[in-house]
Design a protein around this ligand. Structure first.
Ligand code: PEP
Length: 250
């Protein structure tokens, strides 16, 4: 049995003081959660969030990481830096980074390897655009994105990887993949991982769904056998909504 993991992606929202307030509001609401709970916050909020989660089961994540250990990369942060600041997780290859900041499958792979080698847990995002789905490329695309992202990692590293299947057309749009669509595509990703790393390793890999997951649709999605959690954007900014998603099984 895979333990579910629900992670919030705060995107570019919240100052450190606001981060502290949101975490403090969240803490009592998720105290009885049976899944892993993560908040992926802006880098400047990591220290404040880390201090605020003390005494709870909430873990802190970052939203990006550079692949080099140090050097002339103005504005970037290394895996050691975000880990030292208090992050245990990091989102890599979110579609907004691919769309607006030139992230490619190759740099997603480099960042994933750097994160895992530094001892972070990587939440690696894959997913198709609406045009790619309509053209029938979804399965090939998510397989390709996943296997490239994992290049250079071995099956022992998979315990530090979470894949987030996020159809780009469902992110921030209010459109959500049907339970069956999400389950089927996540099954395709797991089968690709099984071909490369074996069935046992793929069977342990956690694969989330992301894209307009909300309190009113989480139960149906989480009832699907392949779906091991969610990456939550908009709804993670409200403590009650995020907590309702985290407590989907209550
Ligand atoms: C996301 O940003 O990863 C996301 C899934 O956003 P939303 O839940 O707002 O669609």
């Amino acid at each position: 049995m895979r333990k579910a993991i629900i992670a919030g992606n705060w995107k570019m929202n919240k100052t450190p003081d606001e981060a502290k307030a949101l975490v403090e509001a969240l803490k009592p609401l998720v105290a009885g959660a049976s899944c892993d709970v993560v908040v992926c916050v802006p880098a400047v909020d990591i220290a404040a969030a880390k201090a605020a989660v003390k005494g709870s089961k909430i873990k802190v994540g970052a939203q990006n990481v550079h692949f080099a250990a140090s050097g002339a990369y103005t504005g970037e942060l290394s895996a050691d830096m975000i880990k030292a600041a208090g992050a245990e997780y990091v989102i890599i290859g979110h579609s907004e980074r691919r769309q607006y900041f030139g992230e490619t499958d190759t740099t997603v792979n480099q960042r994933t390897v750097a994160a895992v080698k530094a001892g972070l847990k990587a939440i690696v995002c894959v997913g198709e655009s609406r045009a790619e789905r309509e053209a029938g490329y979804t399965d090939a695309l998510v397989e390709y994105q996943t296997l490239i992202a994992l290049t250079g990692l071995d099956k022992n590293d998979l315990k530090n990887i979470v894949i987030a299947y996020e159809p780009v057309w469902a992110i921030g749009t209010g459109l959500v993949a049907t339970d069956e669509q999400a389950n089927e595509t996540i099954g395709v990703i797991r089968a690709a991982v099984a071909r490369k790393y074996g069935k046992a390793a793929a069977g342990k890999l956690r694969i989330q769904y992301g894209g307009s997951m909300k309190p009113n649709n989480v139960k149906g999605l989480m009832a699907q056998p392949e779906i091991d959690g969610g990456l939550i954007g908009g709804a993670s900014l409200k403590a009650e909504d995020f907590a309702a998603i985290v407590n989907y099984d209550k």
